[in-house]
Design a protein around this ligand. Structure first.
Ligand SMILES: Nc1ncnc2c1ncn2[C@@H]1O[C@H](COP(=O)(O)OP(=O)(O)OP(=O)(O)O)[C@@H](O)[C@H]1O
Ligand SMILES: [Mg+2]
Length: 576
């Protein structure tokens, strides 16, 4: 199914009654409009012949009725069609997010933040044109053509033929040409808008670095170019939309003239009254109320198609991410085992990990060490299913971890990333992310274990202190300890900590290390670290070099044998 067909199906699914009602109301508005023009034309022309007022009374009532009814029905139609479209867009946005979510964080890194926002906001919004401007009016145009053929065709076949021909020309041929001519320009608007959104996000996110390195002016110039590009694309597309609308109304007016020309001989021949001539001319114009703008509206089809393509593009990636069979088993996390684990990032020439084996069970603490870039974080990311390893290489409670639902794996594994992420919110909100029902006593206790209690107590609102965007009001060490507290709070049997003490002072580091090793009394603990001297009490140290395990064993053993560990430890003792 094409992305456009998928978008249409999703918009209609669950909302088809509302959509059908909106088409009926659109048709009724148009039909009342035609009725209003016809009775008004008859009334004005008839009044010119000075008949008695009684002869005009029915037409006067008709004009009032059609005038009022048209306004009321138009209002109802706007309410219904916008309501149903907005509901459809809301469900489309939720499902677009659901498709992006399995890609996070690993595969989503290929997308720029502003681009993701543009997909969820602008592109989904562009899809509202699909029903309001394209599908709804097209269906109404068909109904109007049928009405004209039925009512006028019964008395004057030729006139009906001219009108229906005009409707087909303005409602089908012109929109088809418009859609073809405008599709590239419309798609360019979508891409230019996404580029602008991405450039803005880059500027806001990178502002501190840009300020320090004096890059604001250059980035602002880049933003200006992106803005100008978007404006140019929009102007080009706008001109095409205007040309489309103009051609639609031109066809309408030419059809009215042609109908008039065909009606004059009828009047001469007595087949049509003089008053009827005015009715024919104005009825023809009213008929094009919904058909005329179609050519302009179809210019948006390219934008709608491009937006649908972008909203549904991550689909294939998400399917690839979930290519393995999903088991609904809910593991307990009693044993997590990597067996000959190898992994290469897409497009990478060399693997990041090669034949790494590891066992995590409650009661054991394992430290993975090695130089920068040796694959420590990659291993952590595979364990929490940010990336997927080969099936069969990771076994959680004996089950292939890759075949399990990623959420089920993450319920067993509490993880603190190397790059600490604090959500925009309060201390309490950040902690409760790990345990939504945790009471204040528990929150303070866990803050105590990471040495953060005194800092939070000194904050103006304690646990309710607002930490700012991504926790920017905290120091690097405070951010890290808050993230650690969040992990400790999570009642998961396996704990994976990537560089848990990288930003703290030596005294706090020693206390944190004691707490982390203490966790291993009843949980499985895996930590990646560069602080080798602090690993005296861990059960096993694994040394990674270029993604391979080159040494493993307890601290005393590794410190006593030749190899990377002893050299690095000696260096650390000399310099720190
Ligand atoms: N998303 C990615 N895409 C491609 N390559 C990556 C990606 N993430 C990491 N790498 C590469 O994989 C290798 C291992 O990276 P990894 O982050 O696992 O190292 P690390 O041991 O954690 O390093 P550090 O001690 O600096 O944190 C590096 O060469 C890195 O450049
Ligand atoms: Mg790392």
């Amino acid at each position: 199914m094409t992305p456009l067909a998928r978008a249409a199906t999703m918009l209609v699914r669950g909302h088809w009654r509302g959509l059908a009602l909106s088409v009926v109301l659109q048709f009724a508005t148009c039909a009342f409009g035609i009725g209003l023009m016809a009775t008004s034309a008859w009334l004005i022309s008839m009044a010119g012949l000075h008949p008695s007022i009684a002869a005009l009374s029915v037409a006067i009532v008709g004009v009032r009725f059609f005038g009022l009814a048209r306004g009321i029905v138009r209002y109802c139609e706007r309410v219904v069609s916008h309501d149903v479209t907005l509901r459809g867009l809301a469900s489309l946005r939720v499902s677009a997010f659901r498709r992006l979510e399995p890609l996070a964080p690993a595969r989503l890194a290929d997308y720029r933040t502003g681009d993701v926002v543009a997909r969820l906001v602008d592109d989904v919004e562009t899809l509202d044109h699909l029903f309001i401007r394209v599908v709804g009016p097209s269906l109404t145009a068909v109904l109007v053509a049928a009405l004209v053929a039925l009512v006028i065709g019964r008395h004057h076949g030729r006139l009906a033929l001219i009108l229906v021909g005009g409707i087909v020309l303005a409602g089908m041929a012109a929109p088809a040409v418009a859609a073809r001519l405008g599709s590239r320009a419309a798609a360019r608007v979508v891409l230019a808008r996404a580029a602008l959104s991405a450039a803005w996000c880059d500027l806001v996110e990178g502002l501190p670095d840009l300020l320090v390195f004096g890059g604001v002016a250059a980035h602002a110039a880049h933003l200006g170019q992106a803005g100008a590009g978007a404006a140019r694309a929009q102007a080009r597309h706008g001109a095409l939309v205007a040309a489309g609308s103009w051609s639609g109304s031109m066809i309408g007016e030419l059809t009215a003239l042609a109908a008039l020309a065909a009606a004059v001989p009828l009047v001469r021949g007595g087949g049509l009254s003089g008053v009827g001539l005015a009715v024919v001319a104005l009825t023809a114009l009213a008929t094009f109320e919904v058909v005329g703008p179609l050519a302009g509206a179809y210019q948006h089809l390219g934008a709608i198609r491009a937006a649908a393509g972008r909203v549904f593009a991550p689909d294939a990636l998400a399917r690839a991410a979930r290519a393995n069979p999903i088991s609904t088993a809910e593991p307990r996390g009693a044993r997590y085992e990597a067996c000959g684990l190898s992994f290469a990032y897409p497009g990478a020439a060399v693997p990041a990990l090669e034949r790494v084996s590891l066992v995590l069970t409650p009661g054991r603490s394992v430290a993975v060490v090695g130089p920068s870039g040796s694959g420590k974080s990659t291993l952590a990311h595979l364990l929490v299913r940010f990336w997927d390893a080969e099936p069969g290489m990771l076994a959680l409670d004996g089950a292939d971890a890759v075949s399990l639902e990623p959420g089920a794996v993450r319920r067993c594994v509490a993880f603190a990333e190397q790059r600490t992420r604090i959500l925009t919110g309060t201390v309490r909100e950040n902690l409760r992310l790990a345990s939504p029902d945790a009471g204040d006593d528990l929150l303070w206790k866990v803050l105590e274990t990471t040495g953060m209690a005194a800092s939070v107590a000194a904050m103006p609102d304690g646990l309710d202190t607002w930490l700012g965007e991504h926790g920017h009001r905290l120091s690097g060490g405070e951010r890290q300890r808050l993230a650690l507290a969040r992990v400790f709070l999570r009642p998961a049997p396996i704990v994976v900590l990537d560089e848990p003490t990288a930003n703290v002072d030596p005294l706090t580091e020693r206390q944190l290390m004691e707490t982390i090793v203490g966790l291993a009394r009843d949980r499985a603990v895996l930590m990646m670290t560069h602080r080798l001297g602090a690993l005296t009490d861990v059960s096993e140290i694994v040394v990674l070099l270029h993604g391979r395990v080159v040494q493993r064993g307890p601290f005393a053993e590794l410190a006593g044998e030749d190899g990377w560990f002893r050299s690095a430890l000696e260096l650390e003792r000399t310099f720190i």
